[in-house]
Design a protein around this ligand. Structure first.
Ligand code: AMP
Ligand code: MN
Ligand code: MN
Ligand code: MN
Length: 280
């Protein structure tokens, strides 16, 4: 619970790399006790309309959201846009470009895999058969289904992860630009899972300083995959850089035992909740 409400501001549907349709996601969140839910698919807002209709019927308050891939000093960074206006035309245009970047990147990654002796065309076809935008999660699943790896984790460790042979350096738009898109669409930007990036403590502080200077509002202080001590680290960062705090499970798939819905830790009292300005 977060204050009187059960809030989750970071979840995925099958419009990106989640396993559930937007409607299934909202139903599952409602059943898990979530009262305020943001759908934040990677680089797409396609699921928001369906999710919103279902949320209204289930008594869940839906926060329109998106998780945008950005780059900062050659590192891929995820920025949550929360309370965005999904009808805003410049954001829609920017996300159409992101979708094209994702499709191009997936073709290039599969080309690299083909160069390593793997069936690149078949892997690409398996990814493209999926209804949502292509992500490395889909490719890891295709590598697993084809018997090329024994787990999705191995797909990242052997091929797709940072520094591996089929990894492509960040080609995403700059962090400050992405924060600008979110703000022009009436939303607030929250830097997702700040402790998950492979950055030194000093680089993380520079990232947060740049994010705040670009107009970022919040930091995702509580995430589903927090290890002990990380909430305190993230809270301290939020206070240092004058950022509010958001909370989100990063739920993708009911078969993964972590990142479950409805069971997030509480945002520490010292951090201003990002939802305070939204009547919650
Ligand atoms: P992309 O946005 O296409 O670069 O894919 C990133 C997504 O891959 C993340 O949002 C995670 O859902 C997933 N992911 C990243 N690293 C791993 C990993 N080691 N194991 C499983 N999934 C991962
Ligand atoms: Mn994902
Ligand atoms: Mn992310
Ligand atoms: Mn996510």
């Amino acid at each position: 619970m977060n204050g009187p409400l059960n809030i989750d501001l970071h979840t995925h549907s099958d419009r990106s790399d989640g396993a559930l349709t937007p409607v299934e996601l909202v139903r599952r969140a409602a059943a898990a006790g979530v009262e305020v839910l943001a759908l934040t698919d990677h680089d797409t807002i396609e699921g928001i309309e369906d999710a919103g209709r279902c949320a209204a019927a289930c008594g869940v308050r839906l926060v329109p959201g998106v998780e945008i891939s950005a780059s900062w000093r050659a590192q891929a960074i995820h920025v949550l846009g929360l309370w965005i206006d999904p009808g805003e035309s410049s954001l829609r245009g920017m996300l159409a470009d992101q979708a094209e970047r994702r499709r191009t990147r997936m073709r290039r990654i599969c080309g690299r895999l083909a160069g390593m002796g793997l069936p690149g065309d078949a892997l690409l076809a398996a990814v493209e058969a999926h209804p949502g935008l292509p992500t490395r999660t889909h490719l890891a699943a295709a590598l697993l289904a084809g018997g090329h790896v024994d787990s999705a984790d191995e797909a990242f460790r052997r091929y797709l992860g940072r520094g591996k042979a089929a990894h492509l350096a960040a080609h995403w738009p700059a962090l400050a630009e992405v924060v600008g898109w979110i703000r022009s669409a009436g939303g607030v930007a929250s830097l997702a899972h700040p402790v998950r990036y492979r950055l030194s403590a000093g680089a993380r502080r520079r990232l947060l300083a740049d994010f705040a200077a670009a107009g970022g509002t919040a930091l995702e202080v509580v995430t589903g995959s927090n290890a002990s001590g990380q909430i305190e680290v993230a809270s301290q960062l939020a206070l240092t850089f004058g950022l509010a705090g958001s909370v989100g499970s990063d739920f993708h798939n009911p078969q993964l035992p972590w990142n479950t819905l409805g069971r997030l830790a509480k945002l520490p009292d010292c951090v201003t909740p990002v939802w305070r300005g939204f009547g919650l």
